[in-house]
Design a protein around this ligand. Structure first.
Ligand SMILES: *[C@@H]1O[C@H](CO)[C@@H](O)[C@H](O)[C@H]1NC(C)=O
Ligand SMILES: CC(=O)N[C@H]1CO[C@H](CO)[C@@H](O)[C@@H]1O
Length: 234
């Protein structure tokens, strides 16, 4: 009897749906990033929780209540934590400092019990000319890629995939994702509601192809994925 109960508990734990928590800066938040768009592309996860915080680096995020909440969330088995920093780190530290800090942060996420999923940054929609983006996040994202390779961790190439999309779209169309598109139209970093949908889909499709354990929890939208591949907005 005791054995059967233990076996049942074991099977239940093994079959429990995974959870995902999102850690990062403003470009991940529900209000100005891809977080809510991504979560709405999932189905059946135990939890998809946005714990990002605006203005934070891989260092200052560790002073937030979101980080405390994340460490508690990581105690639940089968929890994946996406980690996307770089936008604010770029303003205050060198690429080598960023690497050291992101390694340290990633180790803390692992120690808390989560499976980390590193991500490169969402591209800024700055252009040199209509179809030539002016990216300055590349050197920082290269460090994120190095960490993933050196530590054998999962990596979502959001910078490359978002750059690819906005390059095809061009400057004029890309600005339609600006948080302030309807007013001043100068915020090329943060996303409006349309942006939540498109860049949330890019992340969802990355997770589907790169994180096998989460792949069946991503709801496909072939029309939207096709539009992104073709460089158009529906
Ligand atoms: C796919 O995404 C588009 C754009 O957001 C939406 O209009 C459409 O309803 C979605 N289709 C499915 C099947 O979810
Ligand atoms: C920073 C952010 O966008 N936080 C939101 C993440 O998602 C939860 C649950 O949907 C919201 O309550 C937070 O405000």
């Amino acid at each position: 009897m005791l054995f059967r109960l233990t076996l049942l508990q074991f099977v239940t734990a093994a079959l429990a749906a995974p959870s995902v928590i999102l850690l990062g800066d403003s470009t991940v938040t529900d209000g100005a990033g891809w977080g809510a768009g991504f979560c709405s592309d999932t189905n059946g996860l135990a939890k998809c929780q946005n714990l990002s915080s605006s203005g934070k680096t891989s260092v200052t995020f560790q002073g937030t209540t979101e980080w405390s909440t994340a460490q508690t969330a990581c105690k639940t088995a089968n929890t994946y934590a996406t980690i996307q920093f770089g936008h604010n780190d770029q303003k205050v530290m060198t690429v080598d400092e960023f690497k050291t800090n992101l390694v340290s942060f990633t180790n803390k996420v692992i120690a808390a019990g989560c499976t980390p999923v590193l991500m490169t940054s969402l591209a800024r929609r700055n252009f040199n000319s209509e179809y030539v983006p002016n990216d300055i996040l590349g050197p920082y994202s290269a460090k994120t890629i190095e960490i993933a390779q050196e530590k054998g961790l999962l990596l979502l190439p959001l910078l490359a995939d978002s750059l690819k999309y906005i390059t095809k779209l061009g400057r004029t169309q890309s600005y339609r994702f600006n948080l302030d598109y309807d007013t001043t139209n100068v915020d090329r970093t943060h996303l409006n509601d349309l942006g939540h949908v498109y860049f949330g889909r890019i992340v969802a499709d990355e997770v589907k192809s790169i994180v096998p354990a989460l792949s069946s929890y991503i709801v496909a939208n072939a029309t939207l994925s096709g539009a992104i591949a073709n460089g158009v907005i529906l």
